[in-house]
Write a protein that binds this ligand. Sequence first.
Ligand code: SF4
Ligand code: SF4
Length: 91
Amino acid sequence: MKLWRKPFDFHEQATAPSKVVLNKDRCKGCEYCVVFCPTKALVMSTEMNAKGYLIPVELPDGKCLGCGLCEAICPDFALWIVPLEAAQKGE
Ligand code: SF4
Ligand code: SF4
């Protein structure tokens, strides 16, 4: 069976160095983004949000490749990715 598109169109995004932006107070600390990130760019931190959940944080070693999986998998739409260049400019 031929699919008319690939799931989440990851192949279009997977090569751009990116940064993860987190809306802390939407997060419920489920860890899906941490567990399923293919490059292990995220870890759970010891910081607690307003709801009392521990939140994830991106490691400073720039491992995020912008595949978009964390954004797609987060049940609470708490994080999204931006191209590294745009993030460094503060966009
Ligand atoms: S998947 Fe979403 S809700 Fe779950 S820990 Fe990550 S940011 Fe928080
Ligand atoms: S966009 Fe992909 S590589 Fe970057 S943190 Fe999310 S799951 Fe990991």
